[in-house]
Design a binder for this molecule. Structure first.
Ligand SMILES: NC(=O)c1ccc[n+]([C@@H]2O[C@H](COP(=O)([O-])OP(=O)(O)OC[C@H]3O[C@@H](n4cnc5c(N)ncnc54)[C@H](OP(=O)(O)O)[C@@H]3O)[C@@H](O)[C@H]2O)c1
Length: 246
């Protein structure tokens, strides 16, 4: 098990067994759309299922029945699940706020941020982890955020988003521990995509940040997956495969 979440990945790539299924949640988002295009062009996968709230059938993280129905559909496809990427999330809007001060803390907004950023992905774990193959390499990765790192928090603010991502990281870590018992070759990680020019960050200052296009971010994310080993499961990495402190 990866101990401190600070180790970097090796440069060597690890191929996923060919012919399996790649599954993407949040395919309508900035990073999700770019990931969807790249996965569809990746000949390692026999199929790509790209799910979103506006897709058909719709998958809404706030509606567990839609998650359960999606899992039933995927199971019925009969292909080995080799890659699952959770690219959903919300920072501001839809009842969430990027709070600048404790003066802005609002119970409903905090609950909404946790519902989308933490509980939704937890329900994906509940319904999709049991579908992972018992042998062979497979990767479950959720896009987290460096601002969810408690050790790295020097600026404060963004209380709800930071806390929801920190809680997501803990859930992923617990899932990695449980996953290892039945599927020792499987990998579950939290991944920070780096600053990316998407709707999520529109309107926020990016001074001093190396902002990536969604396509470059997607390429780096997939390259990072290719370098993950079973021993990296339970870790928290950035888009370059560098470990991030919890
Ligand atoms: N962009 C960055 O700089 C950055 C940095 C660090 C971490 N991240 C993380 O990367 C991930 C993707 O972010 P992004 O920049 O691509 O954001 P984005 O363009 O705003 O996309 C967000 C995605 O989440 C989906 N979503 C929101 N609420 C949902 C719900 N209730 N049920 C199902 N899907 C829902 C959206 O679906 P709709 O299209 O239906 O709204 C959309 O597909 C997020 O987890 C974010 O926290 C991004």
């Amino acid at each position: 098990m990866h101990r401190l979440g600070k180790k970097s990945l090796s440069a060597a790539t690890q191929d996923l067994p060919g012919g399996g299924l790649a599954l993407l949640f949040g395919a309508s988002g900035g990073i999700g759309s770019a990931l969807s295009k790249r996965l569809r062009a990746d000949s390692r996968f026999a199929g790509v299922v790209a799910l979103s709230r506006s897709g058909s059938p719709p998958l809404d993280l706030l509606d567990e029945a839609s998650i359960a129905a999606a899992a039933d559909n995927v199971a019925a496809m009969g292909l080995d699940l080799r890659l699952l990427i959770v690219a959903t999330g919300v920072l501001e809007g839809e009842g969430c706020f990027a709070e600048k001060s404790w003066r802005h803390l609002d119970a409903q907004a905090l609950a909404q941020s946790f519902a989308v950023n933490t509980i939704g992905p937890a329900l994906l774990i509940k319904h999709f982890m049991p579908l992972l193959p018992r042998s062979g390499r497979c990767v479950f990765a959720a896009l987290s955020a460096r601002v969810g790192s408690i050790g790295d928090n020097r600026l404060g603010g963004w209380y709800g988003y930071r806390a929801a991502k920190a809680a997501l990281n803990q859930i992923l870590r617990s899932a990695a521990v449980e996953l290892k018992r039945s599927r020792p070759e499987a990998i579950c990680v939290a991944l920070h995509p780096g600053p990316v020019d998407t709707g999520l960050t529109a309107g926020f200052g990016k001074h001093g940040l190396e902002v990536q296009t969604p396509d470059i971010a997607a390429a780096r994310i997939i390259n990072t997956f290719d370098r993950l080993r079973a021993a990296d499961s339970g870790g928290f990495f950035d888009q370059h495969g560098r470990g991030i402190p919890w």
